[in-house]
Ligand binder design. Sequence first.
Ligand SMILES: CC(C)(COP(=O)(O)OP(=O)(O)OC[C@H]1O[C@@H](n2cnc3c(N)ncnc32)[C@H](O)[C@@H]1OP(=O)(O)O)[C@@H](O)C(=O)NCCC(=O)NCCSC(=O)CC(=O)O
Length: 465
Amino acid sequence: MAYTNSVKVVEACRVAPHPTSPDSTALPTSLPLTFFDIRWLRFQPVQRLYFYQISTSFDTKLLFSKLKTSLSITLQHFLPLAGNLTWPQESPKPTLNYVEGDAVSLTVAETDADFYRLSSDNDFLEAQEYHPLVPQLPVSHEKAAIMALQVTIFPNKGFSIGTTMHHAVLDGKSSTTFVKSWAHICKHIGEGKGQVHLSSSVSLPDELRQFYDRRVVTDPAELGTLFVNQYLNLGGPNNRSLKIWETKVPPGSIRGTFKFTRKDIESLRQLMRTKAGEKKQEDVHVSTFTLACAYTWVCIVKAEEIKDETTRMVFMADCRPRLDPPLPTNYFGNCTAGCVPVVETKGLFGEDGLVVAVYAIREAIRKLEKGVLDGAENWVSRVVTVTSGRMISIAGSHRFRVYDTDFGWGRPKKVEIVSIDRNRAISFSDPKSDAGVVDVGLVLEKHHMEVFASLFYKDLKRNIC
Ligand SMILES: CC(C)(COP(=O)(O)OP(=O)(O)OC[C@H]1O[C@@H](n2cnc3c(N)ncnc32)[C@H](O)[C@@H]1OP(=O)(O)O)[C@@H](O)C(=O)NCCC(=O)NCCSC(=O)CC(=O)O
């Protein structure tokens, strides 16, 4: 059965940062892009979708009004997000500027789609079913918006918030912090007689305040210039296009969520201890991330029957605590480096598949100790050079605590990274339930998904890969 979720746009509005705040005058209205940002210049934006269930009937108008007003107040603290990227001829690098009058596109919509099915953890969905619930980012060759938002009402059931964020301006840590800030302000904003009070000044707690000083990112190797030149010379000289590279969802793709409970992770860890003992190797702590990532990697390779001689995966490491000196944890922007474990594919099919994957991932993380910028000169060239074979990438992190994003109507029923369907990535997120530790989202062809699901649950129970 094909599901087509129709969404009726109620209002397409533009929300500007609220003008009066003692804080906003201190915020930068333009930000230089660092090499961490430029690297992502033409990558597809990251789209997240948050579902909120409301058990009682609710006043839709008041909900929109609260969300809009709180968004405007939140943008005071995140002025660059209301701005645009441009790349004028006279500018050596693309620039990010907010000028008065700039605003964020917010689509308000309504749908009669099945809220419970879309926000369920147990159903498989067709990959495109979420698309009508997330907005497109307005991007042309000359100008790119940084963020677009969509609120969709499911009458008498709840609502969803879809976010689309430009990857060259912010990474997952900054973008999820923005949404949490919006939620915080929305939750605490004053309300009475069905009206939202704009005057109510809600401030952000310290952990949500952003650090904007770009001078802390030094670039002695001139990686920024290198990456800019690589983009400029893509497909001809002086290519200043900001258009996002198009990627399509493979037809017939299915989306599913898989959960690692605390018990699952402990069993996998115990299995690794046993294997380390057999191999007379040191028993070191294998992290939750490494175990979940390795296990998922093995199941995908088996489900897709990947035949390439070697198989790679790529995941991002947060460089804020890893730079020397470290950056503040609330540094706004991109600050990640890629880790690329590579293994012989046949190793993943063998009896010790999990061990092979764990060692490769651990080695890739260990390499960060040599310096997170080791090999950074290849970050852009590695992507623009066409490579064959399946590359599995990870989006998000189980440390972002997206399920803490409460706009005043409770914790989300479900949070998804919609955009993983275009690059066949795996999403990581914190779990919704207390028993969980990591939720993994993925999009695979239908028959691969069926095999993956059976391997995932069967092998987890048997603790064998
Ligand atoms: C490189 C890593 C993935 C490696 O993760 P690991 O968990 O294996 O290793 P680690 O050194 O961080 O942690 C190892 C152990 O230290 C402890 N530990 C470390 N940090 C902790 C923290 N913040 N909270 C609690 N415990 C922590 C834990 O005991 C953990 O084991 P245990 O876990 O067993 O208790 C991670 O360090 C990292 O940088 N994650 C952030 C990745 C990121 O930002 N991704 C998003 C990219 S942007 C993107 O994709 C777009 C988007 O999202 O929008």
